[in-house]
Design a protein around this ligand. Structure first.
Ligand code: BGC
Length: 743
């Protein structure tokens, strides 16, 4: 079958629809018109059912697929009104149904020609998770929602929720760390903030898409209980918290079937067990069949119509796909549109609020920067006492690195290392956001001599460091969709650079710009370390505020930083037998036709991140949940009240003088019969405390977080027995412990 082919008949039906849509006034399409289903007091389900009844088969089929992707695939004539985002689904003006305009929007709205020039780049998603702040996550989603609308989009393709099972995965920066409760709660808040702007939200990549190498061919095998308690649990919580409109199924296979035609994932778990009412759309080129995918629960193909166009229509007409199945796909899409408000309140294009965006992104970056080391109170620096500072590191004079791929944002100012005015960012190109560490530090210490060395010549950098009171090295590690990291080491000989600088100046601070864990052979040689992640459009200003103490750091690691790759569950990422077109955007047509599978077994099962290090007794370089502050906290007075939702109360005291916020974490150990890793995160609270202040904190624990998944009974089961509750400031610092018996 020729890929992307469509018959003359469908060409004419598309053309006639196109003329019809042009003939209808856009305002009618945008306002929803005056139809029985325009009545917003009806439920989204009632409204969707009424529309489905009025639709022709061609209108239904058109709703099941995209219209092509500029530069990558044939374009349907219907794409004429596309906003040039990643996906477009034409509206039905005669029924008052607007088009779906989709844009990638992981840490900000992805570029889309002139639309994308002014998007705010937020700190990367993993940085957002490091804030452990549900309100901040809501604000993160709300900003993306506002900027999508300002650019004429009504659907986001952000919401990356895959667990950091493999920290070398090139998309780790797009995800929310290694714990399902943290990732699920955070994505839930992001989605709530986003959808409150009347934008369709999407959670992706469902599921077990934990490596980029061979992502279109890899066949994942994992024990079902382990899957439900780890990677799938993150999605379950995210959906339960937010009622997100859509779920994007991933490229990989699970147990032999592609995720986008995997009945277990899409129907049994997502639609039946979790009662998901939204729609499933395929990752771009992730659809591989018509009848099988439809029966398995795939509602929508992107970006084209290889399987969900003519072939789908024929299958319905010949009875191979029941009409009710087609209607269910369409109903789900319409229902989501009504529920999210994109029909009642369509976006109006306006100017993105760049200044407002800068304020939000800076605040979020300040809340996301993790202080990993601070020997002898080296930080914060006192600008009035420092005479000279050496700022060292690749491009630290002009910018900070960002994460690449479909998540890439074109921020105001473009790529800091390119001539101004250069157009859109390109696939697999390193983009340095124009937020200058050198300038930000100079602004904080106007009386000090602040000098710069790129580090390209380590000896010159060390000489500069030696001459200064303090050396600050900005070290980067770049990641992107479409690649995995070979190791967690810093590239470009930066380990050697840091070691040389630290040998020259005992007051050396390293600021890491990374999307995942980094190994640090120089950890004992430097006096301070900050993890700034990919810090977004105002990263340098945020980091400078932390360095000089205007902001007291309060973030905690959402993933374990191992001492070396040898401690990871798998020594290397399994690669496909030969290099295929898999991990790039260009090859998606061939991918749709199917690539030979290669196996990857997650034999570590539920032991993702700290659960692995705990169970294997491997000390980490910096553990999950860890992060320092410029003040100190103490914990006391733990009480656990058993019950349906066990209530954990304790007191946190700020034992220093400086105001701060502590992420107080609650972990639980299950009865021995559960045969689970030593502990799991079951809740947390981010507590703001003035110097000397104490607060009583209450965390109500969802019984699901204390349960095991019983595959035989297909449900969560709380085993009766003794549960240990542990409370403290990181997964490895839990001063309070109490055991209770739960029935
Ligand atoms: C990515 C998705 C993205 C889509 C559209 C795919 O390559 O995996 O995350 O939303 O492209 O750009």
């Amino acid at each position: 079958m020729p890929l992307q082919a469509f018959s003359l008949r469908s060409f004419f039906s598309i053309l006639s629809l196109l003329f019809l849509s042009l003939a209808m006034s856009t305002s009618l399409a945008q306002s929803g018109g005056n139809h029985p289903w325009s009545n917003s007091s009806l439920s989204p389900d009632e409204r969707a059912s009424m529309v489905v009844k009025e639709m022709t088969i061609d209108e239904k089929i058109n709703m099941l697929h995209g219209t092509g992707m500029q530069g990558l695939s044939p374009m349907s004539p219907l794409a004429v009104s596309s906003n040039r985002g990643a996906g477009y689904v034409p509206g039905i003006p005669r029924l008052g149904i607007p088009a779906i305009q989709m844009s990638d929007a992981a840490y900000g709205v992805r570029s889309s020609g002139e639309n994308g020039r002014y998007s705010t780049a937020l700190p990367s998603d993993v940085a957002g998770a490091a804030s452990w702040d549900l309100d901040a996550a809501y604000e993160y989603g709300a900003l993306i929602g506002r900027e999508l609308r300002a650019q004429g989009f009504n659907m986001s393709l952000g919401g990356g929720t895959n667990l950091t099972r493999e920290p070398r995965n090139g998309r780790t920066f797009e995800y929310l760390g290694e714990d399902p409760v943290l990732a699920g709660k955070m994505v839930g808040s992001v989605m709530k903030g986003l959808q409150a702007q009347h934008v369709l939200g999407d959670i992706k990549h469902y599921a077990l898409n934990d490596q980029e190498s061979g992502r279109n061919a890899v066949n994942i095998t994992i024990d079902k209980r382990a899957a439900r308690e780890s990677d799938l649990l993150a999605f379950e919580i995210g959906l339960q918290e937010s009622d997100a409109a859509a779920v994007m199924c991933s490229y990989n296979r699970m147990d032999g079937d592609y995720a986008c035609e995997n009945k277990y994932l899409l129907t049994d778990v997502l639609k039946k067990d979790w009662k998901f009412k939204g729609f499933v759309l395929s990752d771009w080129g992730g659809t591989h069949s018509t009848e099988k995918a439809s029966a398995a629960g795939l509602d929508h193909e992107q970006p084209g119509w290889i399987f969900y166009g003519d072939d789908f229509k024929k299958a319905v007409e010949s009875g191979k796909i029941p009409a009710a199945e087609l209607d269910d796909h369409v109903h789900r899409i319409l229902r989501a549109m009504f529920a999210t408000g994109v029909i009642d309140d369509p976006p109006q294009k306006s100017v993105v609020d760049v200044v407002g965006g800068f304020e939000v992104t800076q605040k979020l970056a300040e809340q996301s920067t993790v202080l990993l080391k601070n020997d002898h109170g080296q930080l914060p620096l006192d600008a009035s006492k420092i005479r000279s500072i050496a700022v060292i590191g690749p491009h630290a004079d002009v910018g900070m690195i960002s994460g690449g791929g479909s998540a890439q944002v074109d921020p105001p100012g473009g790529n800091a290392i390119m001539p101004p005015g250069k157009g859109q960012t390109r696939w697999l190109e390193k983009i340095w956001f124009p937020t200058s560490p050198l300038k930000a530090i100079r602004a904080k210490a106007p009386d000090a001599k602040v000098q710069f060395a790129s580090g390209a010549d380590p000896a010159a950098a060390a000489a500069l460091a030696k001459s200064a009171d303090v050396a600050i090295v900005f070290a980067y590690q770049w990641e992107s969709e479409g690649m995995d990291l070979e190791s967690l080491s810093l590239p470009e000989h930066q380990d050697e650079l840091i070691a040389k600088v630290a040998a020259a100046n005992p007051h050396t601070i390293v600021v890491l710009e990374s999307g995942t864990a980094v190994t640090m052979p120089w950890v004992d040689q430097v006096s301070g370390i900050l993890e700034a992640w990919y810090a977004g459009s105002r990263g340098a200003e945020a980091v400078a505020n932390v360095i000089f103490g205007d902001v007291n750091p309060s973030a905690k690691l959402p993933m374990t930083f191992p001492k070396s790759e040898a401690d990871l569950p798998h020594p290397t990422i399994v690669k496909p037998p030969k290099v295929t077109v898999d991990a790039d955007h260009q090859g998606w047509k061939r991918i749709a036709a199917g690539l030979p599978a290669f196996p990857v077994t997650y034999d570590e099962g539920v032991k993702v991140g700290y659960k692995w290090y705990d169970a294997e007794n491997k000390p980490a370089l910096f553990p999950f949940g860890y992060g320092l502050s410029y003040t100190t906290y103490s914990y006391s007075n733990l009480k656990v009240a058993p019950g349906k939702n066990p209530r954990v109360t304790f007191t946190v005291t700020n034992t220093g003088n400086r105001a701060g916020a502590e992420v107080a974490q609650v972990y639980a150990s299950l009865p021995a019969a559960a045969a689970e890793p030593p502990k799991r995160l079951v809740g947390w609270s981010k507590v703001k405390l003035n110097g000397g202040e104490s607060k009583e904190v209450t965390v109500d624990v969802d019984p699901k977080y204390l349960s095991i998944f019983n595959v035989e009974h297909n449900g969560w089961q709380l085993l009766p027995g003794d549960y240990g509750f542990m409370v403290g400031g990181s997964s490895q610092s839990l001063p309070l412990k109490e055991s209770v018996t739960l029935k």
